[in-house]
Structure formats: C-alpha cells, structure tokens
Design a protein around this ligand. Sequence first.
Ligand code: SF4
Length: 624
Amino acid sequence: MRRLLMPGGMILLILAAALAAPVLPLPAPLAMDIMHRLAPPSVAHWLGTDEFGRDELSRLIWGARASLAVAGGSTAIAAAIGTSLGVIGGYLRGLPAFLAIRAMDVVLCFPPLLLAVLIVTLVGPGIVTLIVALSILFLPGFTRLAYAGVLQTRNLDYVEAQRVLGAGRARIMLRTILPNIAGPILVQASLTAAAAVVLEAGLSFLGLGVVPPTPSWGLMVRSAREVMGQAPLLLLWPCLALSLTILALNLLCDRLRDALDPQTAPRRRRRTMAAARPLAGAAATDGDATLLAVDGLTVEIATPRGPIRPVRDVSFSLGAGETLAIVGESGSGKSVTGLALLGLLPGAARVSHGAAVYAGTTDLLRCQEASLRALRGSHLAMVFQDPMSALNPVHRVGDQIAEAILAHARLDAKAVRARVVALLRRVGIPAPVARARAFPHEMSGGMRQRAMIAMAIAAGPRLLIADEPTTALDVTIEAQVLDLLAALQRSEGLGMIFITHSLPVVARIADRVAVMYAGEVLEQGPVAEIFARPLHPYTRALLDSMVPEGDGAEAGLPAGIAGNVPSLLDLPPGCSFAPRCALRRPACETLRLPLNEVAPGRFSRCPYGREIAAMAAPIPAARA
Ligand code: SF4
C-alpha cells in the first residue's frame, strides 16, 4: 500500500487545492489589473499575471476544478455504463451482446475528435457538454474491454462453481466476474482520465470546451500561446499542471491494479475470526430410496457436419448414501453427463432426449434455469478437477465459502464466519481461522481441493458430482482426498457420482460403476462384481490393460487398448466398440443393443457377456 502513497498524495493534493479554491487566500481568478498585465512572478503574484493582469496561480487552481470535473465526470460515467454493458453482454451473450457491441461499433465509426466537435457544435460548449461528449467517446473502450474480459472469464471453473452453488446471474456478474476484470478496467480508467484531461485542454484550446472567462487549463494554454513571446512562463504553468496530473493518474491506477491483484500484493495481516459454531445437521436422506434416476440421457451438439451426440442413451440410478463411479477414457462423455445433470452444458450442446429424476419428483433435464439455480448448492453440488481454476483467484477462500452459504441462507456475518471455519475444519484444513483469510494461491493443491469440497457441501447438498477431483493431485494427497470424500459421504448421507478415468480410484471409493465408451454406458454394476467378472469386452480389456504394479498403476491409467475411440461424427452402425473388439462377430457390425440386465444388478450392451466371463486368459488385442 505504501506504493500508493506518492501518486495518491499527488492526486489528493491537486483535488484538495481545486476544492479549496474558494476559501484559499487567492485573488479572484477573474479580477483584472491591466496595469500589471504579463507581470513576472513576484511576492504578490507567485506565478505572475496573464494578459489581463489576472493572477496566474489563482487561475491555475480554479482551472483545475474545470479540468478535473471533466476528466473525472466523463471517466466515471463511461466506466460505469461501458463496463456494465460489457459485463452484461459478455455474460448473457445473445441479444444483449449484439446490442452492446453493435452500439459501440456505431460510436467507433466516427473519428473521436470529430464526434466531440459534432456534439459540442450541436449542444453548445460548456463543462456539462464536454462531460457528455467525452463519456460517449470513451464508452466503447470500457465496453469492449469488459466484454473481452468476461468472455475469458465466464467459462472458467470458478464461475461454473458459483453457478453450481446456485448463485444468481447478477451475483455472479458482480461478485465473481467483475473483481476479476477490475484490474484492466482500472488501467483503462487511468488512461481515460489522462486522455480526458488532454482532450478538455485541446477542445478548450480550440474554443469548443470550457467557456471563457471560466478558467481551465486548456483556456490558459490558449491565452498563453498568444503572448508566448512576451511571457513564456505563462505557457509553462498550465502545461506543468497537465503533465503532473496525467503522470499522477497513471501511477495511481497502475499501482492500484497491482495492489488489487492478490497474487502480487503483499501478504495481508491476518485477523482473528469469531469462534466456530458446530455445523448444521446433515441433509436429510431417504435411506435406501433412489436419489437420482437417469433414463436415456442423450446430449446433442450441432456442428457444420451435422449433429454429434457425445452422450447417448445413458441410464443409471443412484441411491442416497451411495457412490456411483463413471469411468471411461477421455472423450467418453462422462464429464458431459455430469454437466448435463446440473444444467451446465456449454451453449452449443443441448439435451435432446432422456430424463433425470431427482428425489423422485424433479426431472433435472426439464427444469427451468431458475429452478435449477435453486437446486444447485442446496441439493446438487459439484467438485471440479482443478481447484486452482475452480477457486476465484481474487477472493479469499473464506469469502468464497461464505458466498456459497449466503447463496441459500440469510445469516449474519458472525454466523457465516463461524460456519466457514467449521466447514474448513470439517474438511481437515489445519488452522481454519487463518486459512479462511488465505487466497487460493497461498494454499497447497490438496488444501485447495479440500476448500473446494467445503464450498460444495456448504449448503448441505444431497447429491455431489465429483469430476475427476483427484487428477491434479499426487498419490498421497489423492488418497487423503478420497478418504475425506468417503467420510463426508457417510456422515452427510450424500449420493455421489464420481467421474474418473482411474480404475484403482473406482475400486477404492465406489459402490457401483458405469463404464462409458464413445458416449454410451457399456457396462454397469457393483464394483466388486465387475472387477471380478466383467461382462463386456471393453471392461475386460480395461482391466486387463492396467499398467503393471510399479509402472504407473498408481495413476490408474490403462496401458492402452488397440485402436482408437471412434469419431462421434463417424460412429460404427452397430456396436460402438466393434472396431476394437477382439471378439466381434459379423452381427456386431449391425447389432446395436440397449443396456440389458444380463444378471441381477448387472447391465451390459454386449450379448456375449457370459462367454467373456468364462474366459480366464486376457482378451487378445483386436486385429486391425
Ligand atoms: S457386441 Fe460384439 S463387438 Fe460389441 S463388445 Fe460385444 S462382442 Fe464385441
């Protein structure tokens, strides 16, 4: 903060002098003394007098009022309106984005000075006219900057996390997105204010700005130019005032931006927070009742080459207090399935078919956005893969957890702080009072993921979707996070969908597993049974191809299955695994079977499951 003192002090000094002009012991700025025109600096007139004998220092200080009013007024109006338009357009897209950006394009069609001259000519010169004209001139800069910033930010995990927690659009725009684009906006404001000071001077110099005899720095430059040969110092004072003001503005905003960036700001003093209160009771569960029943979920994305379906006919159920793992290679559709259930599909994707009935009453795939928002956080929650990108870098961890609480509850600040600390303690973060004050970059990867989990459970959800939450962690931390999730699930009675590509992780945490491939569930059943006796060649190949112990098996990565996952634009007409299946038969090329119950609690799309189960040796690789 000390770096702000110098430029901040300069600006305050200029502002204070301008505001205090009426009470300062100065000669009146309009009082003429022709007998002493163009007098050099003296005790009576510290900076001399102008061509009408008016005190130069008095006019300089009074002139600051006009120059700063124009700069401050136009910058503030342009920043407020332009940033609002950019944020709303960037976040909502569609018509708001079209209107905001096209309107700015119209403004940009006019050369800036010409537009200012046009407005001043139409309305007449004056300070208010200048503020209006310059505000319009500066609007596109703020709008486009905010729009671009929002486009970069709106799909980041920490914005998605806020949506998952049920935060409304306005709250996300104000509390999550705006702080992240505030740095560039502040820099733009500094440049704009400096430009406004210069433009005011230029327009006043041309006779299109402040109306004489009201003093302004631009008018002083204009007057001084006419007597430059006789009194060159008269040109120096307003130019010096302009230069110092612009320099101070740029320095102030540059350092303000650094100070507001928590990754470059010095560590803040930690304050003691209120003592923790115990957590509220766990969310009510329905015992063994089905918490979620997904039936035929299909997601479609329109592409120039026709629609593709990254998720097709996916069906599964999940009981309260149960963990279902969805396992598959990259591109198998497991993450898209999770996003579809929460209504968080990207704009180009849509659910074309299916149902996902939550708690026996609510079809999540048919819910309006407002209803889904109410469910997110309080009923449905998500833990993302990378906590560094899922946590907002400019907010303290405790504040982000508080946001998750306040999205669904009205509590006073003390109660919220207590609950934040209790949640951090609940997920095993040491020194939770101090950690609540930390920024994400001040925490380790494991601690960040614990904080994400604390956010996810903050409003007592019943269904938690964990999308590869341990992929970014090392093996030791992964084990700790898995143990934490399992413990939370038991104590809170959560139903959990655990998305992963790791079979060892599945074995460790899940009750049942759904194996996905090319957008379809190929096999589903209890983990122990599937690991002991897979009924689909793909599951069998996955298990057979696990890297041998000590060769990376901890990561749970399959060593590889011959062939590639088929393109969604060119899926085989029959079984989607047929091109890679060593057991394929002619019928498989055309046979497309639904997920059938082939044994009690066991589902498979392959009709030859019993033969596969009978094979003791690994399935040989498919021949190309
Ligand atoms: S249906 Fe045929 S091609 Fe598909 S997995 Fe079964 S045996 Fe292999």
